[in-house]
Write a protein that binds this ligand. Structure first.
Ligand code: SF4
Length: 174
């Protein structure tokens, strides 16, 4: 069942694309969080939204139609793009899981240390983590192709694996 215009895809409601403007969300929340650190906790929404969408059976619709960071790097990369060849490293099979483990591992360790320090520190730490990831994403977009980051992004990797696992379990139970 595939009927994008009819709003139903694979039996699930299709999410209209927000990619033309969702980059504004990244700019607004990061700017606001720099002034009021607890707003940095919105970073958790950015992290959990793709997972919730996958678990709802909509696959990687977050990446394709919502992701504010994806939208931002697409916009910046379409304005400034050097079009360099991507590093061979990116094509190695181990690279994506390794990057995932480094970024998710450091995020988890950071949480262990900052959660006891209260909302302000936690919000600021999440903000810094998301800002570092966004700078890396922008650099990739400017140096290589606009959405190059999406080929190695830990959140994209997580939602892709969850989607595959969900499909596998669904096929097994069918
Ligand atoms: S791969 Fe990452 S940055 Fe790209 S659209 Fe998906 S979640 Fe966003």
């Amino acid at each position: 069942m595939k009927k994008r215009k009819g709003i139903i895809v694979g039996g699930k409601k299709w999410i209209p694309t927000l990619q033309d403007w969702s980059w504004i969300i990244t700019i607004v929340w990061m700017t606001a969080a720099n002034f009021y650190h607890p707003i940095g906790l919105f970073g958790f929404v950015c992290m959990f939204t793709p997972i919730i969408i996958v678990l709802s059976g909509r696959g990687k619709m977050h990446c394709a139609r919502i992701c504010p960071r994806g939208s931002l790097i697409g916009k910046i990369g379409s304005l400034v793009n050097l079009g360099l060849k991507r590093p061979n490293l990116y094509a190695k099979k181990w690279f994506r899981p390794a990057l995932w483990a480094i970024m998710m591992g450091s995020f988890a360790v950071m949480l262990i240390f900052v959660i006891p320090q209260g909302i302000d520190t936690l919000g600021f730490s999440v903000l810094i983590f998301m800002e570092v990831a966004t700078v890396l994403a922008i650099l990739n977009g400017v140096l290589f192709t606009p959405r190059q980051w999406c080929t190695i992004c830990p959140m994209g990797y997580t939602s892709g694996n969850l989607r595959n696992l969900r499909n596998k379990l669904k096929n097994q139970s069918a």
